[in-house]
Write a protein that binds this ligand. Structure first.
Ligand SMILES: Cc1ncc(COP(=O)(O)O)c(C=O)c1O
Length: 474
């Protein structure tokens, strides 16, 4: 993916405007001066300034120059997630979930609803090449069943990389699964019986809620903060009140909000699971996609007793088609291994070998650096577009990693109506009600994915959504 120079310059200037380096109403350097200073052509600077104008960040004053536009409404307040007292519920929104899933993969629509990684990163070509090399050189057929934990070379690479999230684990303590959903399914089946209660943060990724439902479990939704994630105090209260069997949380860049639990809270969470002697299933699927230099620590990094089962996959960092996940199950290793054997005794070796090879290369780290910076810029662009087109009082989370954001419309606006009407205009979003077992809870919220490049069509989709949202806001 090579970004044109004018676009890079636009993004650099947009960053400087957002950071206040260029202030509201301040004049930007003249086209000629900036061209000289940056060592680029005058037409490149003109194209950058035109782009910034399109983005609503600057305006041109005839015969005078380019000025930073008023930024009064350029910062959006974070969503204020409802803090009601939790009680266990059955989950029942599966029809709408499946409709959103179907629509999101239908190429006739522009999808802002699905949480899938961008497809314009060079790593995808590298994966293809690695597959071809392995097909030529490695034995992946005619070897019978693989190890009951999955391919050894992949587990070795995962163990090596776990150090970045503060985890010391041996390859023997990792089990390869069918995606992260597969890993969490194994954990829930190992730890719970039908009728048991599982604590989850709210709002929560609908796939996890549906999984809980399919196993006959009940979800108790623990209030969470749009910046710091699951509330430790609320969780403690729920633990005092209900016989909770397991906790399931996405502490680093949660879906749909993008919250990051601070280390202090991660430590407290571990103390709490020790106090109540219950397991924590940590879903770390977005952990590698943080925008700051330092990768966040996993909750498992604070666990010395093996009570945290960390689940993840390559679906968000590389590609969901690879269908590869894993669990680091701590003291539940034997049960998880057995559950894996029960659920499916054959696991295709080829993608495991390919991912092991990719993880061993420096190009994976380069990919992570590129993906993190790209997603950060795409998040900022989303925020600009929402400011430009959405009703006043719209709130938006500001994730520090991953690529989904939680948008809260004014209270009276029905987000499910917005989903239905947007679909008629060819745009798909994920309505808030699928992120809770109580469909009324997030009736005025939606999740937006900003992984893909902001093409004209995608920007226009936000404009369409904003217009509909205004019409639906009394
Ligand atoms: C938080 C979270 N967990 C799990 C999954 C499922 O992951 P996989 O596709 O690897 O099964 C997703 C996918 O959107 C997710 O967002």
């Amino acid at each position: 993916m090579s970004t044109p120079i004018y676009k890079k310059l636009s993004e650099q200037l947009a960053d400087q405007i957002r950071q206040g380096i260029y202030k509201t109403s301040e004049k930007l350097p003249s086209v000629r001066n900036l061209a000289k200073q940056q060592g680029v052509s005058v037409s490149t600077v003109l194209m950058s300034y035109n782009t910034l104008e399109d983005w609503g960040l600057i305006e041109v004053k005839p015969k005078s120059g380019y000025y930073v536009k008023a930024l009064a409404n350029k910062t959006l307040a974070p969503p204020n997630i409802q803090q009601s007292t939790p009680s266990p519920n059955d989950v029942t929104t599966s029809q709408l979930v499946m409709a959103v899933m179907r629509d999101s993969s239908d190429p006739r629509y522009i999808s802002l609803g699905a949480a899938i990684p961008a497809n314009d990163f060079p790593i995808l070509h590298q994966i293809k090449k690695v597959f071809a090399q392995i097909v030529r050189s490695e034995k992946f057929l005619g070897i019978g069943y693989d190890s009951t934990k999955g391919c050894e070379s992949l587990r070795r690479q995962l163990a090596r990389r776990a150090v970045d999230s503060g985890i010391l684990v041996s390859p023997e303590n990792i089990v390869i699964t069918a995606g992260c959903q597969g890993a969490i399914g194994l954990c829930l089946r190992t730890l719970c019986q039908p009728g048991d209660i599982v604590a989850v943060e709210t709002p929560s990724y609908y796939g996890l809620l549906q999984l809980i439902e399919s196993l006959g479990l009940k979800a108790i939704e623990i209030p969470s903060d749009s910046v710091t994630g699951m509330s430790i105090e609320a969780l403690k209260l729920a633990l005092e009140q209900w016989p909770i069997k397991a906790i399931l949380s996405v502490p680093s860049f949660s879906n749909p909000v993008g919250a990051l639990m601070p280390d202090k809270n991660k430590q407290q969470l571990v103390e709490l699971i020790y106090e109540y002697n219950i397991p924590l299933i940590e879903d770390d699927i977005y952990g590698d996609l943080g925008y700051s230099e330092q990768r966040p620590k996993a909750v498992k990094a604070f666990d010395t007793k093996g009570q945290v089962l960390l689940c993840s996959s390559v679906s968000k960092v590389l590609e969901p088609q690879l269908g590869l996940g894993w669990v680091m199950p701590g003291k539940y290793l034997e049960q998880i291994e057995y559950e894996r054997f029960l659920s499916s005794s054959s696991h295709f070796r080829l993608p495991q070998l390919a991912v092991a090879e990719i993880l061993s290369r420096g190009s994976y780290d380069r990919h992570l650096r590129l993906a993190r910076e790209t997603y950060r810029q795409r998040r900022d662009r989303l925020s600009d577009l929402i400011c430009q087109y959405f009703p006043e009082n719209t709130r938006l989370s500001n994730p520090q990693g991953g690529f989904v954001s939680w948008l809260q419309l004014p209270d009276q606006t029905n987000a499910t109506q917005l989903y239905l009407q947007a679909k008629k205009q060819g745009v798909i979003i994920a309505p808030g009600e699928i992120f809770s077992s109580n469909p009324k809870k997030y009736r005025h919220s939606i999740r937006l994915s900003y992984a893909s490049e902001w093409t004209k069509d995608r920007e226009n989709a936000i404009r369409v959504l904003g217009k509909l949202a205004r019409e639906l806001t009394p």
